[in-house]
Design a binder for this molecule. Structure first.
Ligand code: FE2
Length: 426
């Protein structure tokens, strides 16, 4: 006997009338028009059922701290980092845990069930590391939280940077991070990449570095990251986050760089909401968009995902844990407005992001975890256009969240009835 049978679902790949049979928390079968008895049956009514959303780049130690101790006046990355430095001595584990748990609630309601969060390891007390390890433990029954040891103040630039990062890994942080563009010199940036990659290789860890988050066309740490991934045989295990300098790089150089990134198996995470907000701040007009070259990277065969990066923190005062909002901004900034481009942006916050995090059991196939979302949309394009309501969110076959369908009652002279934002398919 099945635990759950979802019928009449549309899948992201376009298949319609699909049934998803769930047994023991896993998908037993995905097939058209299955008739079987189950403890519970859900008629999807032709709406989209997608694997849950994945955020491959976030900062949960800073989230929901907007305005503490003050607001970022210039709106720049550097004032954000300075502001975070002012906030750090005021942090308490209790408040940090409370904010992070509140954010995880928001995430679950939006069908976001896996988050890779960087956690600042610069403070020798490792208060944020301990707090987020506790959050990871508490949310484990409903959200997969993966932590990256992130030396916000520079692993070489800050005293004890290397030791603090190693101690964070010893405590159970999953992934090695870095911030080469924030080291004092280009040479130190490259040295930090080499050092951190060797550390990760030695410990068998994945890597995810903030890489070239600037408008400086000569910030080329992604090149070193890709070279080291190849040298150390870490293909498929390394991610460069942001890579915004690539936006401003010389085109000839990029034509040489893209194949190197592809061959090295390095993935790229772009953070559209934050990149469009923080980059180009030193420009007058024209102002650069500052987002990395997403369609070109995808065309070269690089796994590209979109991250949220920030929600209500020293860098960004907006956001709600909605990865469809991230995809929506991504497709605008990257001008990926074709039907195929929009679908790629949906994949950037689902399957591609899951690949970045090395999530096991992800997807809508037999054998995968029954962790999926019923959306108030007919397909991925409509889902992004409407930032569609997550009608139901399931994890391992268990219903975690429900949101009523969005509708509006009209009071017009012509008629008085509810309207739908969905386009009726021919
Ligand atoms: Fe970040």
């Amino acid at each position: 006997m099945l635990n759950l049978l979802v019928t009449n679902a549309t899948l992201p790949d376009g298949r319609t009338g699909m049934s998803i049979a769930v047994e023991g928390g896993r998908i037993a079968e995905v097939t058209q028009g299955l008739v079987a008895s189950a403890d519970e049956t859900l008629d999807a009514q032709g709406l989209l059922v997608a694997p849950h959303f994945v955020d491959p780049h976030f900062h949960m130690d800073a989230t929901l701290s907007y305005g503490l101790p003050r607001v970022n006046q210039s709106g720049t990355l550097l004032e954000g980092i300075a502001l975070w430095g002012e906030l750090k001595p005021l942090l308490t584990a209790e408040a940090l845990i409370e904010r992070a748990l509140a954010y995880c609630d928001w995430a679950v309601a939006k069908g976001l069930l896996a988050v890779r969060s960087h956690v600042d390891t610069s403070d020798p007390s490792l208060l944020a590391v301990d707090a987020l390890l506790e959050v990871k433990r508490q949310v484990a029954p409903y959200l997969n939280l993966q932590l990256v040891a992130f030396p916000q103040d520079g692993v070489l630039r800050s005293p004890g940077g290397v030791e603090n990062l190693k101690r964070a890994l010893d405590k159970g942080v999953d992934v090695v991070g870095g911030i080469p563009h924030f080291e004092r010199t280009m040479a130190d940036g490259a040295a930090s990449v080499k050092l951190l990659m060797e550390l990760a290789a030695e410990r068998g860890k994945l890597v995810d570095m903030h890489c070239d988050e600037s408008d400086d066309p000569l910030s080329r740490h992604i090149e070193t990251l890709a070279f080291e991934a190849q040298r150390l045989g870490m293909q498929g295990r390394v991610t460069g986050s942001h890579c915004t300098s690539m936006h401003s790089m010389d085109n000839y150089y990029v034509s040489k760089l893209l194949p190197l990134i592809a061959e090295s198996g390095v993935g790229v995470v772009s953070n559209p909401l934050i990149n469009i907000t923080l980059q180009g701040r030193h420009d007058t007009y024209p102002k650069r968009r500052g987002m990395t070259r997403v369609p070109e990277l995808m065309a070269a065969g690089v796994n590209v995902a979109f991250g949220h990066d920030c929600v209500m923190d020293p860098w960004y005062g907006m956001g709600s844990g909605d990865m469809l909002e991230v995809a929506h901004m991504g497709l605008h900034v990257a001008q990926m407005t074709s039907q195929a481009g929009i679908r790629q942006c949906f994949e950037a916050v689902t399957t591609n992001a899951a690949r970045v995090m090395h999530l096991e059991g992800y997807g809508l196939e037999a054998g995968c975890d029954a962790s999926f979302v019923l959306l108030q949309a007919r397909d991925p394009v409509e889902a992004i256009r409407l930032r569609a309501t997550r009608l139901k969110v399931f994890r391992k076959g268990r219903l975690l969240a429900e949101t009523p369908a969005a509708t509006a009652a009209l009071h017009l002279p012509r008629r008085a009835q509810a309207t739908s934002w969905m386009i009726q398919k021919p």
